[in-house]
Write a protein that binds this ligand. Structure first.
Ligand SMILES: [Mn+2]
Length: 506
């Protein structure tokens, strides 16, 4: 069977630039005349109080979608983009690469996230499943994406997107969603259908499959029971899909790197502005950062930040952020913003009063020296994995701490596990801990995006360590993209040299 290729239609939105009229089903259904004049250009005549309201065509700019699209949000998206910085063409290429990796007649099925509730009727802002988002750009719950391989060449695939049909009455309560027509016209689905009818729509698609890849289980909301029952009836035991998608996600495209650099630049500047000011409470500092990320063009904080004064920095994920700050202590801040669903991950530690004490400076400088060395290894021609950089970090910190008078001999290994209890880094991208399960033992290559975040956490009450360092916690973290012969540091605007930090309050 010859099926249409998504590639043939993936530029369709460029044929409908801003202000261009195009037909959409909901308006057509309510049309009562055949006027060809769009409502937006019809003058209102106050004297007669008559309104021309029934165009046969309507500008996309006059419609509501479930997420920003270029026609409605030209301040957020460029022509051709489905999400900030990422074009419809790139989404097509991602699906194409996934399909290419599937066996003949293989099918991948992905379920969207569902709206999650905080308490009672209070819900969290919706966040699409990262793999679903990566392959579709479609950010709505109650959706199912199917990528069906149709031939041996790149681009030989069909994309089905099942979602919610437009429903003005329901949308009046929930806010708008995009509907089936937009699934085709905007998101380039070859076929679409009502998610409520998936029970009858899915079997004909799956029947010819040689192998199914999916991470849907019977406990996946909305479609889980249905999909798993169907697969068992069709005798198609599914294989996990996440690993295939993560292999694609792990290597960032130029557009993704650009988004991450944008998030890193704005977030880094916010951190530096925060360091310039004097703070008396963790909560004020947290609020400032969240505001600064958003006010400067990011969509918001990428994760719940750590704002930890003094020895609270020893708790790696301290997020209460509700104590007062002691002017003689340091504050450890792990905070980053998000842009186009791409995150940045930064940690800085600085003296609350703007000037390092001798012990604070020594410990800080030890961590910084190692952090800089490890960042410099994030290049393809170093041929190292994150795990190998982690071992180099341990060796580097051991050397630096010994110079500072730490006795790491004898049971030194155990002591290092106390002082540096976490891995030096992780992959970053759409998620903070990106592509979970993707091995840190793989040699880094161009396009990998990682954090480098060594830390030293000296317990307040452990007499094995020099007294003047007890209770101090230092972590320094940058997000970095691996290039061939150099690292691209995404978060360089967050200053980290001792002299630069102290100069901010000069
Ligand atoms: Mn991190």
């Amino acid at each position: 069977m010859k099926l249409p290729r998504a590639a043939l239609r993936q530029c369709s939105r460029q044929l409908r630039p801003h202000q261009t009229n195009w037909p959409l089903q909901p308006r057509l259904q309510s049309a009562k005349s055949t006027s060809s004049i769009p409502a937006s250009s019809t003058p209102c005549r106050p004297s007669s109080r008559t309104y021309a309201t029934t165009p046969t065509v309507v500008s996309a700019a006059d419609l509501e979608f479930g997420q920003p699209v270029y026609e409605t949000h030209p301040h957020m998206l460029q022509p051709g983009e489905l999400t900030p910085g990422i074009t419809a063409q790139e989404y097509h290429e991602r699906r194409s690469k996934l399909a290419f990796a599937l066996p003949e007649n293989g099918i991948a099925i992905l379920a969207s996230s569902e709206l999650k509730y905080r308490s009672g009727a209070v819900f969290f802002p919706f966040r699409q499943d990262s793999n679903f988002l990566y392959l579709t750009g479609f950010s709505e719950p109650d959706s199912l994406a199917i990528i069906q391989k149709t031939g041996p060449k790149p681009g030989d695939y069909v994309f089905h997107l099942f979602c919610r049909p437009k429903d003005p009455r329901a949308e009046q309560w929930s806010g708008p969603w995009s509907g089936l027509q937009a699934a085709e016209d905007v998101f380039n689905a070859d076929f679409t259908g009502d998610i409520a009818r998936v029970e009858s729509l899915l079997p004909p698609i799956l029947r010819g499959a040689s192998k199914i890849y999916t991470d849907i289980t019977s406990s996946t909301p909305v479609t889980g029971q249905l999909v798993t029952t169907l697969l068992s009836h069709l005798h198609l035991p599914p294989s996990p899909l996440a690993g295939l998608v993560h292999s694609l996600r792990a290597i960032k495209s130029p557009a993704e790197i650009s988004n991450m650099r944008h998030a890193g630049r704005i977030s880094g500047r916010a951190l530096t502005s925060a360091m310039r000011r004097s703070w008396s409470s963790e909560k004020d500092l947290e609020s400032y950062l969240n505001y600064a990320f958003t006010a400067n063009g990011l969509s918001g904080p990428a994760y719940v930040p750590v704002v930890a004064g003094g020895s609270r920095g020893n708790m790696i994920h301290y997020v209460h952020n509700n104590r007062l700050l002691d002017q003689n202590q340091m504050v450890l801040v792990d905070a980053g913003g998000e842009y186009g669903t791409y995150i940045t991950d930064i940690t800085r530690t600085w003296p609350v009063n703007g000037k390092f004490s001798a012990a604070q400076r020594d410990l800080y400088q030890a961590v910084l020296t190692v952090q800089r060395q490890m960042v410099s290894l994030c290049r393809e021609n170093a041929s190292l994995s994150l795990d190998q950089i982690h071992r180099a970090t341990e060796a580097g910190l051991r050397e630096q701490l010994t110079l500072l008078g730490f006795d790491l001999s004898g049971g030194g290994g155990g002591k290092m596990d106390v002082l540096f209890p976490h891995h030096v880094g992780h992959y970053v991208g759409l998620d903070v801990h990106d592509t979970p399960g993707y091995s840190r033992g793989l040699t880094l290559r161009q396009g990998h995006a990682v954090t480098i975040e060594p830390g030293v956490y000296v317990p307040a009450d452990d007499e094995r360590f020099p007294e003047h360092f007890r209770g101090l916690a230092v972590r320094i973290e940058d997000s970095v993209v691996v290039d061939v012969d150099s690292p691209l540091i995404l978060t360089t605007e967050a200053v980290k040299e001792v002299v630069d930090i102290e100069a901010l309050r000069g």
